[in-house]
Design a protein around this ligand. Structure first.
Ligand SMILES: C[S@@+](CC[C@H](N)C(=O)[O-])C[C@H]1O[C@@H](n2cnc3c(N)ncnc32)[C@H](O)[C@@H]1O
Length: 355
């Protein structure tokens, strides 16, 4: 068929379009997509072709990674940096708050004029005492420390400053012959128990708890009395009554968390030594007081008047110095919790040195 100018023009324009298409780079772009493809992509229910889709994702990831590395020159992802920033801000705000509150409490404490004897506070705190100390005692695992100490209680036992009877569950009430911790023949368990506290409210709580838990055990007595003047009276005739002076003694004297509350801790220990059997008798103490560390002692000292006024206890006492001044013989000493918890096994000095 002969070509007319018109058909030639049409042919040339087709060639030009084809060469133009061939000269364009093979990048998938809107410009080179066919009308059908464009229609397909704009339809809301039709996903883009898989290749196109993957390429889009890859491009997005590359751009995102570029942004991230620009914002975090040390290679720490921006999200981690933000989290660290917020955490540091929260910690520093909270520390500032604690420090300000501490300073306020110290100012309050230093303005108080508290007497040395704050033991009357227990009359009012007796009903809530257990609830107040439960959590901190659990956190400090004091139950185990009480149990370990009271395993040594034997014979006729006196517990002073008994409070609400937090040691009751650890007494072995079955007196029997056996071996002590050194492998010597000994009488183990408690023959009798005498509980003493200056606060009648406190000692009543001990009595109620004991009678509910041990209705069969009758060799027990409860007295509201000052530990510094406690008399030797027992629910049974005491076995240790053989001294030339006709003295009678307890085999074991127990006190836990008591030295902090009394006005004359040294005098009280000396008195307790006088009523403890001189040969095998022991005084068992679990106390709290000053720490090994100066920074902690400064905090205890600064807040002591406030704490004493509220809780009836001087928490900054040097228990080691009190024991030393009392003149009792130290059989064993242990400390925990930065040195603030003290355990002692003591015994009276031989008869001739007793006052
Ligand atoms: C911190 S509480 C300890 C109670 C108990 N021993 C304990 O381990 O949970 C101190 C107790 O000592 C008593 N107390 C204070 N001064 C006393 C004194 N001079 N004679 C006897 N008890 C005293 C208080 O009434 C209070 O019950």
């Amino acid at each position: 068929m002969a070509s007319t100018p018109c058909t030639m023009t049409t042919h040339a324009s087709r060639l030009a379009r084809a060469s133009l298409r061939a000269s364009r780079p093979m990048i998938p772009s809107r410009g080179v997509q066919s009308k059908a493809t464009r229609q397909k992509r704009t339809s809301p229910n039709t996903p883009p072709p898989r290749k196109q889709y993957n390429a889009d994702i890859q491009r997005f990831q590359e751009r995102y990674a570029k942004k991230e590395s620009a914002a975090a020159p040390h290679g720490i992802p921006i999200r981690v940096l933000s989290f660290m920033g917020v955490t540091i801000l929260a910690i520093s705000t909270y520390t500032g708050y604690l420090y300000t509150s501490y300073q306020q409490e110290v100012r309050k404490a230093q303005a108080l004029d508290i007497p040395r004897d704050v033991s009357d506070r227990y009359n009012s705190t007796a009903p809530t005492f257990d609830a107040e100390v439960d959590l901190s005692e659990k956190a400090m695992r004091l139950g185990k420390k009480r149990a370990d100490l009271l395993r040594l209680a034997r014979g006729d036992v006196l517990e002073v400053s008994c409070g609400t009877g937090r040691n009751l569950e650890y007494y072995d009430l079955k007196e029997r012959r056996g071996m002590d911790e050194q492998g010597h023949a000994a009488v183990l368990g408690c023959r009798s128990l005498t509980f003493v506290d200056l606060s009648p409210q406190m000692v009543n709580i001990t009595k109620e708890k004991f009678e509910a838990a041990n209705p069969e055990f009758t060799r027990v007595a409860f007295r509201a009395q000052d530990a510094a003047a406690v008399t030797v009276e027992s629910p049974v005739k005491l076995q240790n009554s053989g001294s030339s002076k006709g003295n009678v003694y307890y085999d074991t004297v127990v006190q836990t968390m008591g030295l902090c509350s009394m006005p004359d801790p040294v005098g009280t220990l000396r008195h307790l030594a006088r009523i403890t059997e001189p040969g095998h008798g022991r005084i068992l103490l679990l106390e709290h007081g000053r720490s090994h560390y100066d920074w902690l002692n400064r905090i205890l000292d600064n807040l002591a008047p406030l704490h004493a006024d509220k809780h009836g206890c001087w928490w900054n006492r040097d228990i080691g110095a009190i024991v030393k001044e009392s003149g009792l013989e130290v059989v064993e000493e242990k400390r925990w919790h930065f040195g603030t918890t003290w355990r002692y096994v003591l015994r009276p000095k031989p008869d001739e040195t007793r006052s």
